[in-house]
Design a protein around this ligand. Structure first.
Ligand code: SAM
Length: 270
């Protein structure tokens, strides 16, 4: 069987008697027009390796395979493996399935070289996975990730906006971050309580050094931990006013008014 001869996703789910489980954050995209659009937004995929976390019934996986990618899919719920194996056969060997918790896998070993990440992430582990890919030893060439809309907005938030905070500063210090697609809750089966969005993250070149990122994590934790306070007081443990002065930052300013470049100066000064 080829990819276009596969039954519609809803039918595959029924054939395998599969229902979504809340504990695994399962909200499926069963409309191939939507999954194809997400694959397109990830850029040219022909001949490239994609790591997909949480393929579930495989709607996004199908779209990635149709676009010519070699896909390494990491799924925690073993119930989906038989259905995904059928997809693997139809792809002529372009799909590798790994049954594992994505938080624990070694992506460098799975990818065996350069790879992108494309995923409709489970809500409960989306942010820890993003932090792993931003700050861990393995660097994807790009990431196109579906989050709850509120999290997507925080990742790409401009300075001095309500959504601007630690996640945005760390993400934007490492990647160019852009919300590229919004999706209403009704696009998913079953629908979640909130809307979703896809964020595309492209690593900056050169990448900030590991030690600088560690310092940035410390500074942003302190600054946004008490975001209503002036930096001289929220950063007290790290040097307060003196640290700010060394970084050329007004010690009376509040965290949300300091742009990413400013936070990087504070991290360097630390
Ligand atoms: N990609 C599918 C789609 O778009 O229809 C499913 C997306 S659903 C939001 C999240 C998927 O991630 C589910 O299949 C779930 O079983 C899987 N999952 C949940 N936690 C996981 C983890 N820690 N590691 C790997 N997969 C996980």
């Amino acid at each position: 069987m080829s990819l276009d001869a596969l039954p519609p996703l809803r039918e595959s789910l029924e054939q395998h008697g599969l229902l979504a489980r809340k504990s695994f954050g399962q909200h499926f995209l069963l409309d191939l027009n939507i999954t194809r659009k997400i694959a397109r937004l990830a850029g040219p995929l022909d001949g490239r390796t994609v790591i997909e976390v949480g393929p579930g019934p495989g709607g996004l996986t199908r779209a990635l395979l149709e676009a010519g990618a070699r896909v390494v899919a990491v799924e925690k719920d073993p119930r989906f493996l038989p259905l995904l194996e059928e997809l693997g056969e139809a792809s002529g060997g372009a799909l590798t399935l790994i049954q594992a918790d994505a938080l624990k896998v070694d992506e460098a070993q799975l990818a065996g070289g350069e790879a992108l990440v494309v995923a409709n992430l489970p809500y409960n582990v989306g942010t820890p996975l993003l932090i792993k890919w931003l700050t861990g030893p393995w660097r994807p060439t790009s990431m196109s990730l579906m989050f709850q809309k509120e999290v997507a907005d925080r990742i790409a938030a401009p300075v001095d906006s309500n959504a601007y905070g630690r996640l945005g500063v760390i993400s934007q210090a490492i990647c160019r971050c852009q919300v590229v697609m919004d999706l209403p809750a009704r696009a998913f089966t079953p629908p979640p309580k909130v809307a979703s969005a896809v964020v595309r993250l492209d690593p900056l070149d050169p990448a900030p050094e590991k030690a600088l990122v560690t310092a940035l994590e410390k500074v942003t934790a302190a600054a946004f931990g008490q975001r209503r306070k002036m930096l001289r007081s929220s950063l007290k443990q790290l040097g307060g006013g003196t640290l700010c002065e060394r970084a050329g930052i007004d010690p009376d300013a509040r965290a949300e008014t300091i742009d990413v470049a400013g936070f990087l100066r504070l991290a360097r000064a630390l």
